[in-house]
Design a protein around this ligand. Structure first.
Ligand SMILES: C[S@@+](CC[C@H](N)C(=O)[O-])C[C@H]1O[C@@H](n2cnc3c(N)ncnc32)[C@H](O)[C@@H]1O
Length: 286
């Protein structure tokens, strides 16, 4: 089989297409990543060149090829309780927020994990909300939305099954309360199917609190309501400043008065024109 190569001009064209459609800005060091992540698939499917594949993506009116391309280049690294300070922050503000909501007969909490990857972040939000609301949790209507660009990763998030390895740093009470042991097959991040593995599955009570859907953050947001908290962590890092600026202002419009935006620990709103109040590093309030 002929080995096809990614020329500099192919890379430029891919870079432009990916930026225009997803906001993801690939620097020169990502050329190798694009080459390695795409080459075997292109060769398997008989594309004579990267250029031919690029044409296919551009001409595919269904948009499916673009989804597959973006699946191949996104970095989905995540974990339960990642950057735990944010979850502690939620626990610290929810009781007072709940008191305030009760006064206006609002029994809802709406939370959005934007760029949720394989679901660990929205599921952790569900655990933390139940704990923050304590005995009163059953009186509250708590809904968490997880969205991502990658359909592949969302399938795994919805399934809610994780390798035991992912559980090892979780507090025992979280493992016991929110997961059930199962044996079954699981697909790894690299697409390999592991047979008959011991897995941990999120319990139905938590799965019911979390909804997943595909959403490209570059597109307009289709929501009819606003959120109390938006988590958009370790996503904007892939976007350039102008794209981040537009996104942050879109988030502002979808946060309830007094609600919060939480971003990743290596991210900041510094230099982006916006109306948020700074609360503490990586936490902003409307
Ligand atoms: C590194 S993961 C972060 C996961 C989680 N928020 C966390 O901090 O652990 C970044 C996620 O952002 C998603 N992403 C990148 N660009 C996106 C876009 N334009 N729209 C929606 N999601 C995007 C990727 O698919 C990936 O799953």
């Amino acid at each position: 089989m002929a080995i096809i190569d990614l020329t500099d001009s192919d890379f430029e064209n891919f870079r432009k297409l990916i930026y225009d459609r997803s906001g993801i800005s690939l620097n020169d060091s990502k050329k190798e990543l694009l080459r390695t992540r795409l080459r075997s698939r292109l060769e398997r499917e008989g594309y004579p060149s990267f250029r031919a594949y690029l044409d296919e993506v551009r001409n595919d009116t269904s948009g499916m090829e673009l989804v597959l391309l973006l699946d191949a280049i996104s970095t989905n690294l995540t974990s339960f309780y990642r950057e735990n300070g944010h979850f502690q922050f939620i626990k610290s503000v929810v009781p007072a927020l709940a008191e305030k909501k009760k006064k206006s007969s609002d029994q809802t909490f709406r939370i959005w994990s934007a760029g949720c990857s394989s679901g660990e972040e929205p599921y952790t939000l569900a655990f933390v909300m139940l704990e923050a609301l304590g005995d009163a949790a059953s009186h509250w209507d708590v809904k968490i939305l997880g969205t991502d660009l990658s359909t592949d990763i969302l399938r795994r998030a919805m399934d809610g099954r994780y390798e035991i390895e992912k559980m090892k740093d979780l507090p025992p009470h979280v493992r016991d309360r929110y997961f059930r042991r199962e044996t079954g097959d699981i697909q790894t991040k690299s697409g390999k199917i592991l047979k008959n593995r011991e897995l941990s599955r999120i319990v139905p009570e938590i799965r019911e609190m979390v909804t997943f859907r595909r959403l490209n953050l570059m597109e307009s947001f289709p929501f009819k309501h606003q959120f109390d908290f938006i988590f958009c962590r370790n996503v904007m890092i892939y976007f350039d400043k102008p794209t981040q600026g537009v996104l942050v202002n879109k988030f502002y419009n979808f946060i309830r008065e007094g609600g919060y935006l939480l971003i990743g620990h290596s991210e900041s709103l510094t230099g982006l024109k916006n109306n948020f109040k700074y609360v503490q590093p990586t936490v902003y309030q409307k």
